[in-house]
Design a protein around this ligand. Structure first.
Ligand code: NCD
Length: 306
């Protein structure tokens, strides 16, 4: 694998391999027998993604170089490229980057240590996609012909953009349900109403209204939940085994009725837990592909062979 910038880089079998490896890591953590530094460069707020990368890194025995953008040299005008080159120069073995630009990776092609995309503007969020896939796989053990509706602010959602591509590649039937003005005209995915979505779907994936990415005045309406969100009444019309996903953070009472966040169908906190395991799997694969880690550096694997 090259830098991990887009979910498009993974074939169907590579995705399945990562999901199976992540599932294995639910019961044991391999440990890296080598000094490896991973730098987490978050230029946008994050709780789940950043913290689950850190937990995954610590479980693997990787040293975490934390970076706080608000007190970094970014405030003196340093570019993303120079920040990345700095971490490379001081000995980071790989970078995890989240940035508000859709195409931040274009300026980092020449960085010679592996880079993982932890969120790029509105365009891609491939590790969120992997954890969503694992959560769906945990419930259904397959993707083929599953009906999956992604509901909400499609236009500004990097989560939707990565998931649509991956789920279609895996054979799922993907629908979107976007309120007026929040559709993405470039997508060919069928746009249905939220009422249709709850009735036909095996998976209803809700999205946060990304107000910070809305240009101009576009306040969230007080009737958003009733018109476009998952209300208690709509949840009752979902299929028997259908599940609810949401990448979080959640606007309770806007995309979803607050009482549904932890209902039986909800897998929202399972998604967060799965984030740790898919990120462990991805980092192990990437570091091995780049030769940063050799098989003999991975303690559990060596013990398993002996
Ligand atoms: C998502 C993101 O940052 O794109 N959050 C996450 O990583 N779990 C979704 C969002 O912010 O709404």
């Amino acid at each position: 694998m090259n830098h991990f910038f887009s979910i498009d880089q993974l074939s169907q079998s590579e995705i399945m391999m990562l999901l199976k490896l992540a599932k294995k890591y639910k019961s044991y953590s391999p440990n890296v027998d080598k000094k490896i530094f991973g730098a987490n460069l978050f230029f946008e707020p994050s709780t789940r993604t950043k913290m689950s990368f850190i937990v995954a890194q610590r479980k693997l025995g990787i040293d975490v170089l934390d970076f706080n953008e608000s007190v970094s040299s970014t405030k003196k005008g340093e570019s993303l490229y120079d920040t990345a080159r700095t971490f490379e120069a001081i000995g980071a073995n790989f970078l995890v980057i989240r940035h508000q630009s859709d195409r931040w990776m274009d300026e980092l092609k020449d960085i010679s240590i592996p880079i993982i995309n932890a969120g790029a503007g509105k365009s891609e969020h491939p590790t969120q996609c992997l954890l969503d896939l694992l959560t769906i796989y945990d419930s259904f053990e397959q993707f083929k012909d599953l009906k999956i509706s992604i509901v909400g602010d499609i236009k500004h959602s990097r989560v939707a953009h990565s998931n649509i591509k991956a789920l279609q590649k895996l054979g799922a039937d993907v629908y979107v349900s976007a309120p007026p003005g929040l559709e993405d005209d470039k997508l060919k995915t069928p746009n249905i109403t939220v009422d249709q979505a709850v009735e036909l779907s095996d998976v209803v994936m809700l999205l946060r209204v990304q107000s910070e990415r809305h240009i101009g005045k576009n306040e969230t309406k007080t009737d958003y939940l009733e018109k476009y969100g998952l209300t208690k009444l709509r949840e009752k019309r979902m299929k028997k085994n259908a599940i609810i996903l949401h990448p979080a953070p959640i606007n309770r009472g806007i995309e979803i009725d607050s009482t549904l966040v932890e209902c039986d169908r909800s897998r929202i906190f399972n998604q967060m837990e799965n984030g740790v395991y898919v990120r462990m799997a991805l980092m192990m694969k990437l570091l091995q592909d780049w030769g940063v880690l050799k098989h003999e550096n991975v303690i559990e694997e060596r013990n398993a062979i002996l």
